[in-house]
Write a protein of this length. Sequence first.
Length: 365
Amino acid sequence: MNYCLKDKSEQEKNIAEKVFSGKRINNSEALYLFEKSGIDFCGFLANHIKEKRYSNNIFYNKNIHLEISNICINKCNFCSFYREKNSQEAWNMDIKDILEYLKSKNIQDLTEIHIVGALHPDKNVDFYKELFRKIKNTYPHIHLKALTAVEIEFLAKKENKESKQIISELNNSGMDSLAGGGAEILDDKIRKILCPDKTNSESWLRIHREAHELKIPSNCTMLYGHTESYADRINHFEKLRKLQDITGGFNCFIPLKYKAFGNNLNINSEIPLVEELKNYAISRIYFDNIPHIKAYWPMCGKETAFLSLCFGIDDLDGTINDTTKIYSMAGSDEQNPDMNSEELKTRCKTMGFDARERDSLYNII
Ligand code: V47
């Protein structure tokens, strides 16, 4: 540990002291890091935490995404992915299409399928139950990380059932974990601007709590870099950290930087790389109770994702095999995201890290 703290402020020395002794930082310390500290200091602390936990290991998984449809009734203002039912750019797969599609992917070699449903007006819980059962019948080794809290709420309303019941039914049909999307910023004033018709903050948190109570793990995300302040990000962190204290059910936190292309939010600029790296680092420092902080490289691009490994990130999602369009439609550098294990391992090696393949529950393969 060669970083010189001599010229740092008293607040920074106190924060460093907490981090070195494994203590939790509070919200005003997190705000200090966002507002006053440099990227070097945040990166240094974040890496200290990461190295202590994982040495020089970086985790990744072999996965594909399955985007069943982009027809969605929510029409979130930041979303570049959804289309109206009658749009030429809309797609909608039925179960037969999906099983055919999966045949064209090398599923035997993968451990996970990440399923995005969108709020398709005609799809109900029976559709997903049948789909999950059929996928699991053909590929019993696959972990299904499927649907977000937003889709769970949509299905619960449709069936006039409690969300916990829906989660349990889907789990019995093969859904192994919930994806972390839909969290955006857990503040209903900001949600009014971003996504006025989406699941509110309280319901998003409740649904994840319910999943965790059923012993179903999930991930959590934050969509940042639009209208929110640093204090809003920290309030978002706090809600997730508090829930994690109670349930321990989040496997990882995934910061998702707002991408400006092709949506209705009317914010045309994106935050700079330095802000993005600092945000990764502060996430690692703040979440002492969430094991992994993930860079989702189809969103941030490969170059940023590998750089983020020097700012506290320990987890890369995933091999993908050109199966997601959410971010290519939002203007990501990665228009056909695909990365094989060899590329991933070689890039990590060049940076002095060892890439370790993991399954969805972070067991090393
Ligand atoms: O909820 C959509 C975000 C999320 C934009 O659980 C945008 O392991 C930025 O949650 N700019 C979906 N962000 C993706 C997601 C995810 C991805 C990878 C892994 C996991 C996991 C979850 O993408 C949405 C929203 O927050 N998003 N549009 C945009 N223009």
